[in-house]
Design a protein around this ligand. Sequence first.
Ligand SMILES: [Zn+2]
Length: 365
Amino acid sequence: MADAVALKNGDVLMLANMPLELTAQVPKGGKLRFMLEENDDEWTADFNKGECVLQLEHRKGDSHATGRAVIEVVSHVQTPARVELAYGEAAQRTIRLLVYTVGEQKAISPNYPRTPVFGMLMAVCRKRGLVLTDWHIHIRGGMTPELAAMREADCGIRSSAMENHGREWEIYDNRKLRAFAEKARAVSVNGHRLPTGIQVNDRDWFAQIDAETRACFDYILADTMIMGKLPSGRDNRLWLDQSINDIPSWMNAYMEHNLRVLSEPISILANPTYLPKEVADGYDELWTDDRMKALIGKAVENGIALEIQAGSPFPRPKFLKLAKSMGAKFSFGTNNFDPTPKDLSRWLEAIEWLDMKPEDIWTPT
Ligand SMILES: [Zn+2]
């Protein structure tokens, strides 16, 4: 057993050597919510059930995570809570644990607080005649199509609703996708229904999702943040630790991967020019003009929008300006973990860098 790890609100921790021990100071009646990013499932520890009894619940009500990573509760103990988790197959994996909320659970409002940045963004959009849509709203962590609609009604930025699809994700079949679409499309706001999308995480998704199911969705979003497989056979998620020894050949492979994603029938490339933290310092050298032009050219040729994602440092202004000069269209996204509104200063910056006009904004065809 590794040493106990004390959790604080907002912590992002790298935890190795499962099983592990987590501790958190949580008042009776409080809640600890966290996500094992390894498989994107959200778990909730609920302290409402009397004397120090801890229950772990999967958000879909299952007692196990889906996919190959089976997580079981071994025991529940005292306050401060000690949670012991056994990780199914590999005892030595490193997983990233993202802690959302520790302590008294507050009702989360999905609405944007009226910060100066938010006010400026709205004013800039009015002046430029821009109608923004957030095409990257995940239905997870308590976010629902209804809350997304409530947010749109409150602020005027249009919402959408999207689920992940893939072998290592909760949804990996056509029937579940259609059930989600049916639910989300029933939600309307300001006289129109909520647009509904899929984030595709497998590179053969178009062979898995049938035409009838595809027709239930307004758009398909993909990023380049999963590349190839690990020796274990699992997806290589580039936001988890990477060992990159030969950076030039890694970048060649990554470029090929980017062009492959852009050759799929997708609508939006999320977080373009993303780089894993191990090589992100070399952004300006790695994203040469030739590479940027090849990426943008392919997106323009295939009518794929380039996303401007709240909170992401990618892409840099040089890329955005080059993309605009080559005729690219742009989409906006937040990539939320839950209903908490994100800071939109990145959107505001990009609008100004790009001197954005209504015709620069992507709309589904
Ligand atoms: Zn996403």
